[in-house]
Design a protein around this ligand. Structure first.
Ligand SMILES: *Cc1c(COP(=O)(O)O)cnc(C)c1O
Length: 240
């Protein structure tokens, strides 16, 4: 077995255990192997180990790998990075999921391209629940007590959800880095509560998916309801 296969198996087991701890079914949790910066060989090794979901965060790198690895026919491509407006075409063409809708404009642009191409794109809306200034995503740092912030997010989400060919699946967030577990857990829990609230406000749309958790915090994220964990280093090793 390859090193990647060993690491992936270990992650699958940890996902199963975290799901069990929280009384959830591990089958409802998708492991997105974040393959950014990794060469095609590493993705093939991961595929042979059973990985079917890959995460990339640069439009050009994604387009190249998608073409290079066309033989992996049942691979699912998750674009997890923030997207510059003029780089949206390969995402509209080839991504199976887009995790980082952080502004209405990028969703509108993707929607126009998707209509032209004739395909749908499931998306996650990125929310900044920790309130850190360095983070992307819609400002939701105080959504529970701030009517204006809450209404602004609701408006944006409603606009995005109504766009042709864009299929909202739920929210994506990133926890703060290098802080107490309690704080990380809090951000994940509040993201889930926000998704439940959005679901009550927009009952005709689907907010059941939650993309949260990475190498250092995916178990906490699963305990707090993550359906998609995005794991890079723990599967592929440190990035160069
Ligand atoms: C790189 C990246 C990940 C994976 O991070 P690891 O710490 O390597 O698991 C997850 N999500 C996003 C948005 C990323 O850019």
């Amino acid at each position: 077995m390859s090193v990647v296969a060993d690491r992936y198996q270990a992650i699958v087991e940890r996902v199963v255990q975290a799901a069990q701890r929280s009384g959830r079914s591990a089958e409802l949790i998708t492991i997105v192997a974040v393959s950014k910066t990794q060469p095609a060989d590493a993705l093939i090794a991961a595929y042979e180990a059973g990985v079917r979901h890959f995460g990339e965060n640069r439009a050009t790198e994604f387009a190249v790998k998608h073409a290079e690895l066309a033989q992996l026919r049942d691979a699912n491509w998750h674009f997890i990075g923030n997207l510059q407006t003029r780089q949206s075409l390969p995402i509209a063409q080839y991504a199976d999921h887009f995790h980082a809708v952080d502004r209405v404009k990028i969703a509108e642009r993707l929607s126009r391209q998707l209509v032209e191409i004739g395909r749908n794109l499931p998306v996650f809306i990125e929310v900044n629940v920790s309130g850190e200034e360095s983070k992307h995503g819609f400002q939701c740092g105080t959504w529970e007590n701030d009517d204006r912030q809450r209404e602004t997010v609701l408006q944006a989400v409603a606009t995005i959800a109504a766009l042709p060919r864009i299929e909202v699946r739920g929210l994506m967030t990133m926890a703060p880095w290098g802080v107490d577990e309690a704080l990380i857990r809090d951000v994940f829990r509040r993201t889930r509560e926000l998704s439940l609230w959005l679901q009550t406000q927009l009952p005709d749309h689907d907010f059941s998916a939650l993309s949260m958790g990475m190498t250092d915090d995916f178990e906490i994220a699963i305990e707090e309801g993550a359906t998609h964990v995005r794991i890079g280093r723990a599967i592929f090793g440190e990035r160069h």
